[in-house]
Design a protein around this ligand. Sequence first.
Ligand code: SF4
Length: 171
Amino acid sequence: MLSLSDLEEARITGEKVNYYFICKRKLWLFDRGIQLEGSSEKVSLGKLLHDTAYPRDTRKEVLIDNLIAIDIISGGNVREVKYSRKMEEADRWQLYYYLFYLEQLGIRKKGVINYPRQKKREFIELTDAIKTRLIEILKEIREILSLPKPPPAEKLPYCTKCAYYTFCFSG
Ligand code: SF4
């Protein structure tokens, strides 16, 4: 069983759990501080949306262990706001991770993912099966992060939109 100190030591953030589902190479590069995401217009739009999409909601930003940044909204749910639904699976596991991390601290919460541009939202909850799978995922993330070199670049459908595209495929 992974402990909180294991998660802290591996510096596993929600973004890293998200990247695990998108691309293992991206996860490794991001972890090593090669952070080109700031140059991505879509990421900037996502951040703007996160800050402005629901002006009437009461929302509290919480940073836990200098590692996990979450939004608690009225009703006590943990909320993630996403720009598009293209990476729903990654979004879901990122939020499961936040709920799991909180549960390790003795705090049980439910999650909600908002897609304001599509006017959709999805409620999620931790189950035993999800926790078991999440622990496997976190172990796999730790293994990837301990590799001396990044996993090889593989052409994925969304590579051309990725901030690391030039880095991966500039020849
Ligand atoms: S360009 Fe493709 S292979 Fe490279 S990090 Fe991004 S998603 Fe992964």
